[in-house]
Design a binder for this molecule. Structure first.
Ligand code: SER
Length: 316
C-alpha cells in the first residue's frame, strides 16, 4: 500500500471543510482523511486532531504522525471579519499558509490545495467577465492575503516543485453549515431565514451583483482540479472559477416563488464597499480549457436545493 493517499484537512469545521470532508472520505476512505481544526466538533469527525495551524511544529508533527500525503488548507479569516482586526487577519492567513507550504516542501507532500477568492480583485479589474490575468488591487486585508498567497504558491511551485493548486472561489452557498465572516454570506442567511419563516434584512443593496457558486459545484471543482494530471495545470497562482452570478433582489424574488410571504429589506453596511470592489461575473476559460470545468447549478437550481435541504434540517 505504498501509494495510499492520506489527506489532512485544515479548517475542517468551516463552511467548505464541513462539506468537503465526507466527499474526501468517499474517495480516500474514512481512515484516509484526517480532519483538523482549533476545536473538535461534538461529536468529533471520524478521525479528528486538534490543530492550531499557526504553529509550524505542531503541523509538521501531525503530518508525520499520520503519514499525510496531501493537505487541503481551508483555514482563513474572511473578508468582512478581517476588517475588524486587519493585522491579526494578515498574521493568521499568512502564517498558516507559509506553515503549510514549508511542511509541503520539507516533508515532500504530493499535493496541496490552497483556496483563493474573488476578493483578490479590486477596482482596477474589469467587473464584468473578470479575466484570469487582471491587475490585482484588493481593498480588504483578506484579499491582500490571498494575492500574496497566490504568489507564494507560484513561488513554492517554481522554486521547490511543490505541487500546489488553487481556485479563486466565488461566494459559496451550501446548506451543510453557515459561512463565517464573509461579504457573500447574505445569500446563505437569506435562505435560512426564509425556511425558518422569518424575514431578513440584507446588508447589501438589492442590485449588487456578485459571483456565487453552489457547494456541490465547489466540491466537484476542487476535486477535479486536485485529480487533474500535473502537466495540465497551467495556472500555478490560482484559477478563476465561475458558478453563477446574481443580486440580492434576484435571490429574494427567487425565494418568494416558494415562500410568497417572505419579506426582505435592504440596509447596506460596511460590506457594501467590499462587494462594490469585487467582480460581477468571472471568466474561467483557463479552468475550462485546462481541466474541463463546467458548473452545473444556476440560481433557481440552488434555491430548490437549499430550500429542500434546509427544510429537511428544520424538520429533523
Ligand atoms: N465568500 C468570501 C467572502 O465573502 C469570498 O471569498 O469573504
Amino acid at each position: 500500500m505504498m501509494n495510499k493517499e492520506k489527506i489532512l484537512v485544515i479548517g475542517a469545521n468551516g463552511q467548505i471543510g464541513t462539506a468537503l470532508l465526507p466527499k474526501l472520505q468517499e474517495i480516500y476512505g474514512e481512515d484516509g482523511v484526517i480532519a483538523s481544526d482549533l476545536q473538535a466538533t461534538n461529536p468529533p469527525k471520524s478521525v479528528f486532531e486538534t490543530l492550531d495551524a499557526t504553529q509550524p511544529t505542531a503541523l509538521q508533527a501531525l503530518i508525520k504522525k499520520h503519514n499525510i500525503t496531501q493537505v487541503y488548507h481551508l483555514a482563513a479569516v474572511l473578508s468582512a471579519k478581517g476588517e475588524a482586526n486587519p493585522l491579526q487577519a494578515w498574521e493568521i492567513n499568512m502564517q498558516t499558509l507559509l506553515n503549510v507550504l514549508e511542511a509541503a516542501r520539507n516533508l515532500n507532500l504530493k499535493k496541496v490545495f490552497i483556496p483563493s477568492s474573488i476578493a483578490v480583485f479590486g477596482e482596477s479589474a474589469p467587473h464584468q467577465f473578470t479575466p484570469q490575468q487582471a491587475y490585482l488591487d484588493p481593498t480588504t486585508v483578506y484579499g491582500i492575503s490571498k494575492v500574496a498567497a497566490e504568489n507564494w504558491c507560484l513561488y513554492y511551485h517554481k522554486r521547490y516543485q511543490v505541487d500546489v493548486r488553487s481556485l479563486r472561489y466565488p461566494g459559496v452557498i451550501g446548506y451543510q453549515s453557515l459561512p463565517g465572516g464573509g461579504t457573500t454570506d447574505y445569500a446563505v442567511e437569506m435562505y435560512h431565514k426564509a425556511v425558518a419563516g422569518e424575514n431578513y434584512t440584507c446588508y447589501l443593496q438589492e442590485n449588487t451583483r456578485l459571483p456565487m457558486i453552489y457547494m456541490e459545484d465547489v466540491l466537484r471543482a476542487t476535486i477535479e482540479l486536485m485529480e487533474a494530471p500535473a502537466d495540465q495545470i497551467s495556472v500555478r497562482t490560482s484559477y478563476n472559477l465561475a458558478g453563477t452570478s446574481f443580486t440580492p433582489a434576484e435571490l429574494y424574488e427567487n425565494i418568494k416563488l416558494l415562500f410568497p410571504d417572505f419579506q426582505c429589506g435592504f440596509v447596506p453596511d460596511f460590506r457594501q464597499a467590499i462587494a462594490d470592489s469585487w467582480p460581477e461575473s468571472i471568466d474561467d476559460t483557463s479552468a475550462q480549457k485546462d481541466w474541463g470545468w463546467k458548473p452545473k447549478f444556476d440560481l433557481s437550481q440552488i434555491t430548490t436545493e437549499m430550500i429542500t435541504h434546509l427544510s429537511k434540517q428544520l424538520i429533523g
